[in-house]
Design a protein around this ligand. Sequence first.
Ligand SMILES: *Cc1c(COP(=O)(O)O)cnc(C)c1O
Length: 482
Amino acid sequence: MSTLTDKIAELEKISAALEPSKEERIHYLQSTGIYTSQFIDSLPFRNTFSNTKANADKLKIDGRKKNIQEVFDLYTTEVIDHGLIPSSGGHIGYIPGGGIFLSAIGDYLADISNEYAGMYFGSPGAVTIENELINWMKKEFHFPETAVGNLTSGGSIANLIALTAARDKHQIKNDKIEKSVIYLSPQVHHCIHKALRIIGLEDIVIRELELDDHHRINAELLKKHIDVDKLAGLNPFMVIASAGTTDTGAVDPLNEIGTIAKSHEMWFHIDGAYGGFFILTKRAKEKFNGIEKADSLVIDPHKGLFLPYGLGAVLVKDKDALFHSHHYTANYMQDANNPDLPLNPADVSPELTKHFRGLRLWLPLQIHGIDPFVACLEEKLYLTDYFREELKKRDFKVGPEPDLSVSYFWYPAKGVDENVFNQKLMEMIHEDGRIFLSSTKINGKQVIRIAILSFRTKKETIDVCLEMIDRCLQKTKLHFEI
Ligand SMILES: *Cc1c(COP(=O)(O)O)cnc(C)c1O
C-alpha cells in the first residue's frame, strides 16, 4: 500500500509543475505583458515582410527546460523575424489579418476557464455567448431568426459546412453528382473547390461564369446557362456568389443572382469571408442588397472584424439541411442531448470539443461597442481611394473602381514587356519588405494588389507604402535601363 501512495506522491511532485504558483503566474503574465507590449510598439518600425527562414534546430522539442525569457527570444528570432507580420498595418497583401488586443484577453479568459463551448449542457453561458454572436450576425445580414449558424476556425471550414448543407438538402449523391451543376465565378476562393472535393462532389459539373468589367458575375448570362443546362437534362443545383472576391474585392450582383437561384429552386451560397462585414458601413451597405436571399453565408471575423486568426462564421437558413450531416447522438452523450435546450454548436459543425472561440469576439464587442469596428471598416474604404488617387498621380494604371478595399495597379512600362516589368517591380517591393503587397494575374496581366483590411493600416502606412513604391519603381527602371 505504501508503495502505491509513495509512487503517487513521487509523481505528484513532478506533475505539480503544470500548476504554477501564484507568484509564478504573476511572473509569466508580467513578462508576457512586457514582451507583447514591446512587440506592438515595435510594429511601425519593423519590416512587414522578410523572405528568410526559421531555424528548425532551434525550435526542436529536445526536453531541455528553458525560462520564459529564452522562449520569448526564440519567438522573436525564429518566428516573428521571418516571413510576414500579419498583425502589422503594413500587411496590405493577400487578405490582411488583424489581431485586436482585447481578442487576446478573450482567448486568455477562455483558455483559463476552458469552458466547453460544444454543448449547451456543458456550458450554457459559453454556448449562449456563441449563439448570441450568431444572432447578431443574423440580424446584420438580414437572415431570419430561424436560421442557424456556427463559429468556425475560419472561412474555409465555414464554406465546407455550408456546401455540405447544400449537398444534403438537394441530396446530391450517387449518379446525381455528374448531372448536377454549380455556377460560380472564376474568381471564387479556392477553398470552395477544396470543399467540393472533400464532400465528394469532385465530379459535379462546374460552370465558371462570365464576368463584367468590374469582375462581377454577369447575371444575365447565368440565367442563360441555367436554361441551356436544364434543356440538356442537367440539374442546376447551386449558385455561389462572392461578397468581395479575394483577387479584386468584387461584390457579385447578389440580388439578381438570388432571384435567379430562387426561381430555379437552387441553393444560393454567398462567400463573404473577405467582404461581408462591410455591410456595416454606410458607404458600402447597398452593395450587399440581396444578401438576405442566400441560403447560406460565410463571413470571417478574423478578416472583417480585425480579430486574430481563428474565427470564421457560417449562417444557414435550413436547419435540417445542416443537421443532416452534423447532428449525431451517442450513448456517452445522453446527458447532454436534450432537444429542448438551445442549439449546440456541435450539432452544426464537424467539431465536438472546440475552443471557446466566441469569447475573442464577444469580449471586444462588449468593451469597445460596435462603432470603432464600423469606423475602421469605413476608414479602409477611404484609404483605398486615397491609395488609388496617389498611384494615378504617379502614372500608375489602376484597376476599375473597387467595390470594397481590394484593388490593383500596374506600371505601363514602355520598351519592355509590361508583365515582366511589373513582376520585377513586385520582386523589388518584396525585397524592400517595409510594406507587404502581393501580386496576381487579371486576364493574363501581371498586376500588384492592394488589400487594405488591417485595423493598423492608417494613412501614414499608405504614405510609407507610396514612398517605398516610388523607390522600387526607380530601381526597376534602372534594372531595365528605361
Ligand atoms: C480568406 C477567404 C476564404 C478562406 O477563409 P480562411 O479564413 O482563410 O479559411 C474564403 N473566401 C474568401 C473570399 C476569402 O477571402
